[in-house]
Design a binder for this molecule. Structure first.
Ligand SMILES: Cc1cc2nc3c(=O)[nH]c(=O)nc-3n(C[C@H](O)[C@H](O)[C@H](O)COP(=O)(O)OP(=O)(O)OC[C@H]3O[C@@H](n4cnc5c(N)ncnc54)[C@H](O)[C@@H]3O)c2cc1C
Length: 283
């Protein structure tokens, strides 16, 4: 099916894009890699009157080190993230996660900013952003603000971004001896996650858990931090018993989703299983 008719703009600067967004407001949609939005438009589930293509704004496409942080432009694609030596050395969780998103075509076009702003409850990158305690820069008519990944996702396909704001940058910590892993349970390799667990772990002497951060996707209406597991493990010696007991807390306080891919019971089981596996893999 073809999409409904729309007007198309390709601004060359962020200022121009913000001005277009202010002019057309709810009639407009931002276009990044188009890997979610164009499908929705062809299915006529999204019918924007105006498309503002961010793709020609060179200032949004970069990967940079800045002291103990790494700054990633919202337009960086999964493929760029996967191939980046800087990220492989300083933040391997992002390339590891990007490498299991969709297929090569999706990874060549889809962007980190688009993935986070789209907030698909089964998306992979939101889990990594949570485990990395990423900070997200939103720019709007009133200026810029930084949002913690933990505060960014509100619910299904919904974030705290205002309609007149553009997500411009994602800031993550450069490696500080943490180990990281992303494990995804999907029916086929290019599918969305039934459950995805991203994890960063810092070990102390005798396998003691000094620091752990966990991001979970696919389980409920939004990606979330595995805070109960983190709390249970911090300061503990990691062994089969402590890992098993803590992993059982991964769905604590979470309304586990049920759909055609997995019942509540099976998805809860997967979440527990993949959390335990992710901890052991990181060790
Ligand atoms: C066949 C297929 C398989 C896929 N498999 C996976 C998978 O396994 N895992 C996974 O996580 N995803 C998967 N995806 C989705 C893919 O990751 C999308 O690329 C991603 O969800 C959206 O990124 P995008 O750059 O394409 O954004 P777009 O589709 O261009 O935009 C998505 C939404 O975000 C908004 N937006 C985009 N950029 C910004 C910005 N900078 N600021 C504010 N709002 C913005 C748009 O207005 C739109 O509402 C798949 C997609 C396809 C087609």
């Amino acid at each position: 099916m073809f999409s409904n008719r729309f007007e198309y703009f390709a601004p060359k600067s962020l200022e121009e894009a913000l001005a277009l967004l202010a002019t057309y407001q709810d009639d407009a949609k931002l276009l990044a890699g188009g890997q979610s939005l164009l499908s929705l438009m062809k299915l006529r589930l999204a019918n924007p009157r105006v498309l503002i293509d961010l793709g020609r704004i060179a200032d949004l496409d970069y990967l940079r080190a800045d002291g103990d942080k790494l700054n990633i432009g919202a337009l960086a694609t999964y493929a760029q993230i996967k191939e980046s030596e800087l990220l492989q050395n300083k933040c391997p969780l992002l390339p590891k996660t990007a490498s299991v998103v969709g297929d090569a075509q999706v990874r060549n076009r889809g962007t980190l900013g688009g993935s986070l702003a789209h907030a698909d409850p089964h998306g992979d990158m939101p889990a990594a952003a949570l485990a990395l305690e990423a900070e997200l820069k939103a720019v709007g008519p009133k200026g810029a603000r930084w949002i913690r990944a933990e505060d960014f996702f509100v619910g299904i396909f919904s974030t705290v971004l205002a309609p007149d704001e553009i997500l411009t940058e994602i800031r993550v910590p450069a490696s500080d001896n943490t180990r990281s892993v992303y494990l995804k349970a999907a029916r086929r390799p290019s599918d969305f996650a039934m459950v995805g667990v991203a994890l960063r772990l810092k070990l102390g002497p005798e396998q003691t858990c000094e620091q752990i951060t966990i991001g979970v996707t696919g389980v409920t209406d939004k990606p979330y931090r595995g805070a109960a597991v983190e709390k249970a493990l911090r300061g503990q010696k990691l062994n089969a018993k402590t890992i098993e007991e803590a992993a059982a807390l991964i769905t604590d306080g979470v309304d586990v989703a049920e759909d055609l891919h997995a019942s509540k019971k099976f998805r809860s089981h997967l979440a527990r299983l993949y959390t335990g596996r992710a901890i052991r893999a990181a060790m």
